[in-house]
Each structure stands twice: as structure tokens, then as C-alpha cells.
Design a protein around this ligand. Structure first.
Ligand code: FAD
Length: 440
């Protein structure tokens, strides 16, 4: 019989949310997962499964039963002909990338970090950039799901198709994802080129940039006109990787954290900090070549608060100019760099922020220097207002103040998702306070 551990404390990566589950479980197979669900049903407990705990919100928190699938992290099958790989849902993408490389395969797109699980990225709809690429869950061609009753459902484009389109962005509320099948491609290297520009240049030539680079994104430095453009494109060139000495020795990191901390007492320093760091670290041209996953992922050094809404791609210029003009009109409010702007293809996943529309994601952050929270309410509200006005939908993992009414307005298939959830989990075993705000 599966034993749970008492006294476990869960903290998300940014240490912005935590919870103390009554019992913590690390099952090694589907049978053990079923035993946990049986026990939860008998005792009237709720259940939350966690992946890498990287969501910057309370979406993975619970006071009841918590399951971690770190013992369910194996590769189950590699279909070399179809270039598909089936994995247990707890595998971290960083580990999967290493295994794929040995088979001459790779995922076509990845988020910024590797310590996220196969089921975790489906939980909140992790995305990167590239207008010919969807959010990461679009690379999933099949999955298995254990529902609240203990039944295992196979879902794909041809079996349980509706549930599949719900489960590819499941919010952790449909059951326990047990396995995931990814469509991969032949391994490839990427050439990354970074160079400086200005906000008006990049916004005026957006279509050109989108055509020029497969994985185009840019970073805007608020309170300035400066932009850092990042192109990532397939290449046959050999690996060439050299990073700035300021970052390599951690000097830039320590200096920035210290200055950000100082600016919590002297907020008016912030525009100067953004300007100086752009000049110091982001105003030159650099390029490197590496295995695709090593270019997509990088070490995110700073703990931070973050919002990341997706808006219709045609609204990119309008939304950014509105944000810039709002900051100019409110000089007492400060914004940390960067505002990261990425682009993603439309899809058919019911709760995908890119559902039925090509999208631009606009990610804003406020760091927590030495763990100190920085005043962000006004900036957050202004940003949210702009995002809502231009038809935005928030990233499910990140901060937002939306409720069921908002989601009903934003998602044409919200009701369909709710019906699927209510059928698969009529007693609400997989709910938690975050999800109650979404569904009630
Ligand atoms: C440093 C950093 C960088 C990031 N970069 C990006 C980025 O580039 N792009 C982006 O879009 N996001 C990014 N994120 C957010 C991150 O991709 C998402 O939060 C992602 O969901 C995290 O995966 P995880 O494995 O940590 O999931 P968790 O945070 O542990 O869980 C996410 C959700 O999935 C559920 N879940 C997990 N496993 C299962 C399972 N087996 N069955 C059922 N439910 C399950 C959880 O209950 C929860 O609802 C970043 C976050 C951090 C901290």
C-alpha cells in the first residue's frame, strides 16, 4: 500500500507561494497513483500533482494530498520512424532533451528552463517564440490520463479527441497525466544572433523580423527606447559558444541584484539602471551556435513576479506603445527590464491563450532582489488593463486577477472545457483555491 509522508512543505521555484500538504506521495507507477486516488476518495481529500514546481502562481498548491511524479520519469518508447517519443509524465524536459539527442532527435521548441516536467508544461501551456510554432503542448500527439475514478484514458487526435484538446492544457484539474507522447524532429543546431535596436524600429518592421527569423523575439528595456533583438535559426555551423565575461563571472548578476535592491529605496534610479545595463551588456552584437535545446533554455537567475498575457498578434504595436506611454505618464511607477515579447502560432487547444489566433506574448517582470518584494500593484494593474483592452488572455502559470467571467469572455470553448472537467471529476478531487477562482 502506497504510503504518504507528513510534514512536507512545497515552495514554488520563485518562493512566492507555498503549501503544506497533509500527505506527500511519490508513486512509482500507475497502480500506486490509483491507490492514492482511492485513499483520497475514501477520506474526502483533494489531490494535486506537481511537476517541477516552476509555476509562478499558487496553481500547484494544496493542503490535502500532493503527488510528485519524480519516480515516473522514464522514456517508454522511441519510434524512430515517426520520430515520436513516449515518456512517463514526470520526466523533466532537460533530461528528455539529453535522451533525445542520443537518438538524433529534438523537440522543435522549448521554454526557458529544463526543470519542468512533461505534464507540467501541459498544465499551464508553456510557450516560447516562433510564429510557425505553437505553444509547447502542440508538440504532444497523445497522452494518458488517470481520472478521479481511477480509469485510464488514452487521448489523441483520433481517440477521445475532445478530452485531448482539453488535456493538452489541463490546469491540473482533469486527472493525473501518466504518459505523454511528443512529436519530435531530427536533432538540429541553432545560430543565435542578438543585436540592439529601438522600440519604434522593431514595431514598424515586425512582419519583416517575423519573416527573417524562425524563432524571433525581442526584449524591451522599459523607461528607454532600447530593444534587444534575438534571432534563432537552424544552422549547419559548428558549436560556438562564448558568453559575456560580465555574466560568466556572475559580476553582472551581482551588480544588478544589488542595484535593484538599492532601487527599492530609490525607485527613481530604475530608469538609469535599465539604461546602464542595456549599454553595458546588451548594446553589442553577439552570436553563438549550439544544440537547439541549449539555445532555447538558459539559466534564469532571478526570483521574480511575472505576468505574461497573450494578445492577438495584430495588437502588438498598439499594446506596447500604450504600456510605454502609460509609464511615461506615471514617472513614479517603475518597471524592471526586460519586457520580453514572443510570438506563437494559433492552435485548437481549448484553454490555450493562442486558441484560434496567432498571438504575441508580452511578459513583464518585477524581480525580488535578495528575496525582497518590490512594489508592483500600479504597474501590474495598468498592464492588465491594456492587455484586457486589446483582447488578451493571461498565461495560466503566471500572475493575473481574472475570474470565471473573464475566462468565459476570453475563451470561446471555456464552457466545453468546464463540462469535460465536471464529467471527469464530478466531486472536484483535483480542485484547489486557484482553480476555484477559475471555475466558480
Ligand atoms: C525560471 C522560469 C522560467 C520559465 N520560463 C517559461 C517560458 O519560457 N515560457 C512559459 O510559457 N513559461 C515559463 N515558465 C513557467 C513554466 O513553464 C510553467 O509554470 C510550467 O507549467 C512549469 O512546469 P512544472 O513542471 O514546474 O509544473 P508545476 O508548476 O509543478 O505544475 C503546473 C501545473 O501542472 C499540474 N501538473 C503537473 N504535473 C501533473 C500531472 N502529472 N498530472 C496532472 N497535473 C499535473 C500542476 O498541478 C499544476 O496545475 C517559467 C517559469 C520559471 C520559474
Amino acid at each position: 500500500m502506497m504510503q504518504g509522508i507528513a510534514g512536507y512543505q512545497f515552495n514554488n521555484w520563485a518562493q512566492t507561494y507555498s503549501s503544506s500538504p497533509e500527505l506527500f506521495f511519490q508513486p512509482a507507477n500507475a497502480e500506486e497513483v490509483k491507490q492514492i486516488l482511492d485513499l483520497a476518495r475514501q477520506r474526502g481529500k483533494r489531490v494535486k500533482v506537481i511537476g517541477g514546481g516552476h509555476s509562478p502562481s499558487d496553481i500547484a498548491c494544496t493542503g490535502d494530498f500532493m503527488i510528485q511524479l519524480d519516480k515516473m520519469n522514464r522514456i517508454l518508447e522511441v519510434d524512430a520512424e515517426k520520430r515520436q517519443v513516449t515518456v512517463e509524465a514526470g520526466i523533466f524536459l532537460g533530461d528528455l532533451n539529453e535522451e533525445l539527442a542520443q537518438h538524433g532527435l529534438a523537440l522543435s521548441n522549448l521554454g526557458a528552463v529544463g526543470e519542468v516536467s512533461a505534464a507540467g508544461i501541459l498544465g499551464t501551456g508553456t510557450h516560447n517564440t516562433g510564429i510557425e510554432h505553437g505553444i509547447l503542448p502542440t508538440q504532444v500527439v497523445a497522452l494518458t490520463l488517470m481520472t478521479a475514478s481511477g480509469e485510464i484514458l488514452l487521448c489523441s487526435h483520433s481517440v477521445n479527441e475532445e478530452i485531448f484538446q482539453a488535456a493538452r492544457l489541463h490546469l491540473g484539474c482533469l486527472g493525473v497525466i501518466l504518459t505523454v507522447t511528443f512529436q519530435c524532429q531530427a536533432a538540429f543546431r541553432l545560430l543565435e544572433q542578438q543585436f540592439p535596436s529601438t522600440l519604434s524600429e522593431v514595431l514598424d518592421n515586425l512582419d519583416l523580423h517575423l519573416k527573417k527569423s524562425e524563432y524571433f523575439r525581442f526584449l524591451w528595456f522599459p523607461h528607454t527606447e532600447y530593444v534587444r533583438i534575438i534571432y534563432q535559426d537552424r544552422t549547419d555551423k559548428p558549436v560556438m559558444n562564448k558568453s559575456s565575461w560580465l555574466w560568466s563571472y556572475g559580476i553582472g548578476y551581482h551588480l544588478l541584484e544589488f542595484l535593484l535592491w538599492i532601487s527599492t529605496f530609490l525607485p527613481r534610479l530604475l530608469p538609469w539602471i535599465n539604461w546602464t545595463f542595456f549599454k553595458l551588456l546588451f548594446s553589442d552584437r553577439v552570436s553563438r551556435v549550439d544544440r537547439s535545446d541549449k539555445i532555447f533554455t538558459y539559466e534564469c537567475l532571478f526570483k521574480q513576479h511575472v505576468q505574461d498575457w497573450s494578445i492577438p498578434i495584430g495588437q502588438t504595436k498598439e499594446a506596447l506603445l500604450q504600456l510605454k506611454s502609460w509609464l511615461e505618464g506615471n514617472p513614479a511607477v517603475v518597471a524592471h527590464y526586460p519586457v520580453e515579447v514572443r510570438f506563437t502560432q494559433a492552435d485548437a487547444i481549448l484553454l490555450s491563450p493562442c486558441y484560434q489566433r496567432d498571438s504575441c506574448y508580452m511578459n513583464i517582470i518585477m524581480y525580488r532582489p535578495y528575496g525582497k518584494d518590490v512594489q508592483r500593484d500600479e504597474y501590474w494593474s495598468a498592464y492588465e488593463d491594456i492587455m484586457k483592452k486589446v483582447g488578451g488572455r493571461p498565461h495560466w502559470a503566471k500572475a493575473h486577477r481574472c475570474s470565471r467571467e473573464d475566462f468565459q469572455r476570453m475563451y470561446p470553448s471555456f464552457q466545453k472545457f468546464c463540462s469535460i472537467r465536471e464529467t471527469l471529476d464530478p466531486a472536484g478531487m483535483f480542485l484547489n483555491p486557484y482553480l476555484e477562482k477559475v471555475f466558480f
